[in-house]
Write a protein that binds this ligand. Structure first.
Ligand SMILES: [Zn+2]
Ligand SMILES: [Zn+2]
Length: 165
């Protein structure tokens, strides 16, 4: 059974799992309660941000505790990401006025209880790799599944780009 905690963020019902993580140097530590499942995003922003593509899981902001030298930096008109000021590890992504936060899966100490749902924004993926894991692929955002904030930020980004061209 699933329960909806926000428009499109769906987490397992029952006692939500607690996940911990942090950065490479250990200066930033965090703990999150009730992470949604993991998505791969191949959009242009995520490719710049990660150097490849991003794996991330969304969570309600109030359910994340974080400490350490975290720096939030805007990278579109409506979205920002956070990294450790000491070692540079990218850790979080969020829509500036959204209610959720996405945690980069590589910073989690474990992913017990989380599934990998699939690939989104494959229309913007790099031309140097193929996706061959058999998971669902979506040209843009998948319909109604934990990524509304992410999608909105992409829309704003794409609109801005379209207006420039
Ligand atoms: Zn660090
Ligand atoms: Zn993305």
């Amino acid at each position: 059974m699933m329960v909806k905690v926000e428009e499109d963020v769906v987490v397992a019902a029952g006692a939500p799992e607690r996940h911990k993580g942090g950065c490479l140097c250990g200066a930033v530590q965090f703990e999150a309660l009730g992470l949604a499942d993991i998505w791969f995003c191949h959009c242009r922003q995520c490719r710049y941000l990660s150097g490849h593509f991003v794996a991330a899981a969304a969570v309600m902001r109030e359910n994340v505790k974080m400490e350490g030298p975290l720096k939030w930096t805007p990278f579109t008109a409506t979205a920002e990401y956070a990294f450790c000021l000491a070692c540079g590890t990218p850790l979080f992504w969020r829509q500036t006025n959204g209610r959720t936060l996405s945690i980069f899966a590589g910073s989690l100490t474990h992913t017990d209880g989380l599934a990998v749902k699939g690939h989104m924004f494959v229309g913007e993926k790099g031309d140097y790799y193929q996706i061959t894991d058999g998971l669902p692929q979506f040209e843009r955002h998948p319909p109604g599944d934990g990524v509304r904030d992410h999608f909105n930020a992409h829309e704003a980004h794409n609109l801005k780009r379209a207006n420039k061209e």
